[in-house]
Design a protein around this ligand. Structure first.
Ligand code: ATP
Length: 234
């Protein structure tokens, strides 16, 4: 579904991504783990068109998307749930979700997606008229995720969905991510919480200083001494 080939990105002279090769199969849940500043957000930003990669090629469903504007890429079916949620805090829960679904042409599909979001997170339904700025951190993450799946994307990009959340809420969010994937949405998530990400994903890439240093399934990576020490603390 998605293929990155020799992708580089720089901020001024500083290299944020170096020779990234990455393939995502349709229907899969893939994670990229790595420390602060490794380039995880940048990776998602070059895919969704918020940054134009300096070199390399990105194809989505057989079409070249590097260099396209973000709104064009969104229309092709890629939805980006950014770090720190970036909700419209003065707007209600429902208004945020409505914005997420504004690309949908049919009322029926809109209703179907809204029902799916409310089923996933009943708390959002209860609070649909509440201003999103007054929600708890966990509820705001639910809303950000809900807003990102409103357009019924083919590919969902999730930036640090567990950031700043209590362990119980993190588990809830990751349960929802698995459900979304099981409904057929291909998902790429970047995450600092390696344990959570490795438990959820079918395939994991380890990004360090802009480079993919290791990749494999959870079982494969768990055998790597470096992953054990740095990411799993064992
Ligand atoms: P975090 O988990 O802290 O968000 P990350 O893995 O997502 O980290 P990025 O945010 O992609 O990493 O940043 C990669 C590198 O690029 C870092 O060194 C960061 O300081 C730098 N960087 C990110 N955004 C910019 C920018 N707009 N201008 C200049 N440098 C940037």
């Amino acid at each position: 579904m998605l293929e990155l080939s020799k992708v580089y990105h720089y901020y001024g002279q500083a290299r944020a991504l170096e020779e990234i090769n990455l393939t995502i199969e349709e229907g899969s849940l893939v994670a990229v783990i790595g420390p602060n500043g490794a380039g995880k957000s940048t990776l998602l930003r070059v895919i969704s068109g918020l940054e134009e990669p300096d070199r390399g090629k990105i194809t989505f469903l057989g079409k070249r998307i590097d260099g396209l504007k973000a709104h064009k890429i969104a229309k092709m079916g890629i939805s980006h749930c950014p770090e720190r949620r970036r909700l419209f805090y003065d707007m209600t829960v429902f208004e945020n979700l409505k914005l997420g679904g504004k690309v949908l042409k049919s009322r029926e599909v809109f209703k179907k997606q809204l029902d799916f979001v409310y089923e996933l997170f009943p708390r959002l339904k209860e609070r649909k008229k509440q201003r999103s700025g007054t929600l708890s951190g966990g509820e705001q993450q639910m809303l950000a995720l809900g807003r990102a799946i409103m357009p019924n994307p083919k590919l969902l990009l999730l930036d640090e969905p567990s950031l700043g959340l209590a362990p119980k809420i993190k588990t809830k969010i990751f349960d929802a991510i698995r459900l979304i994937k099981n409904e057929g949405t291909t998902t790429l998530l970047v995450e600092q919480d390696a344990v959570l990400a490795m438990n959820a994903a079918e395939y994991i890439h380890v990004l360090e200083e802009g480079k993919i240093e290791m990749r494999g399934t959870k079982e494969e990576l768990e055998k790597e001494p470096r992953v054990k020490k740095v990411y799993l603390g064992i």
